[in-house]
Design a protein around this ligand. Structure first.
Ligand code: MF3
Ligand code: CO
Length: 275
């Protein structure tokens, strides 16, 4: 069953999404070589709790940490650990909160130092694909329109691997609601997009092949070819017929630009697009 939200419920959900954005902004300020992802996880939990939220991933289906921090060839659901981050790493930080009963859930991929132009392009293109998907999140459309837009921009245009095993989802009183939002698919197919629908749209895009596997810890998803993977996620409501992005990358991006240890797409040359 799909749960549609009223304007006042969406206003509450915006608060939850913004708490995640603000937490990711704190992460963007802290990131530097030498810091461990476990330190980041502690900081994340503290910031969320200090701001009236609960880290929603902790204990979700037995998940043992506050956040998912996925480095390099880890696609998603990486466990925070004691390894120090180093220049050239890319890290996806995925955070969920419950605030006033409503979930916020989104993610951002950062580059520490320069991982090279090829990987910076993967980061740029994955983020672009998220916005191309969001453009299709309008009343009267279908979930498949979003899926197709993401796949077109990443797989068709750049030859990247679109992960099939993991998908975006509805968001609300529960972390995972209907409908599923795959990052691949056909236009005009899937659930109808209607007023009040709130979606977490989250392309997970591999530099190499699309295949992934789950480690024996039951969570950590890695690329089969051990090439890097990038993940961006926004929370999006359909309001007044259009896509209304509840989460806010602008504050994260400002912190990213202000952090001399982080590389951004603007710091890197645009490669020639493969045909
Ligand atoms: N953002 C992810 C998702 O939507 C992470 C949730 S997995 C969890 O599926 F177990 F850590 F909660
Ligand atoms: Co999600």
């Amino acid at each position: 069953m799909i749960h549609y939200k009223s304007p006042s419920e969406i206003a509450s959900m915006r608060e939850s999404a913004l708490l995640v954005s603000r937490t990711l902004t704190e992460v963007a300020k802290m990131l530097k070589p030498g810091i461990t992802t476990l330190q980041l996880d502690q900081l994340i939990a503290e910031f969320i709790r200090d701001n009236g939220g609960i880290p929603s991933f902790l204990n979700y289906r037995g998940y043992p940490f506050n956040s998912c921090i996925s480095v390099n060839d880890v696609v998603v659901h990486g466990f925070p650990n004691e390894r120090a981050l180093q220049a050239g790493d890319i890290i996806s930080v995925d955070i969920g909160v419950i605030k006033n009963g409503w979930h916020g859930d989104h993610a951002y991929t950062f580059a520490i130092g320069d991982p090279g132009a090829e990987i910076m392009q993967l980061i740029r293109v994955t983020k672009e694909s998220l916005y191309k998907g969001i453009e299709k999140a309008v009343a009267g459309g279908r979930v498949g329109d979003i899926s197709f837009a993401i796949q077109e921009h990443t797989e068709k245009k750049y030859g990247y691997g679109v992960v099939r095993e993991l998908v975006g989802h509805g968001l609300g009183k529960h972390l995972h609601e209907e409908p599923q939002v795959p990052n691949y698919g056909r236009r005009g197919t899937g659930a109808k997009l209607k007023e009040g629908l709130v979606l977490a749209i989250e392309p997970m895009i591999n530099l190499g092949k699309k295949e992934v596997y789950t480690e024996r810890d039951g969570w950590t998803v890695r690329t089969a070819d051990h090439q890097p993977s990038v993940h961006f996620e926004h929370d999006v409501a359909i309001q007044k017929g259009k896509a209304d992005i509840l989460s806010d990358y602008s504050i994260i991006e400002a912190a990213e630009k202000g952090n001399p240890h982080l590389f951004t797409a603007q710091d890197s040359p645009v490669l020639v697009q493969p045909q």
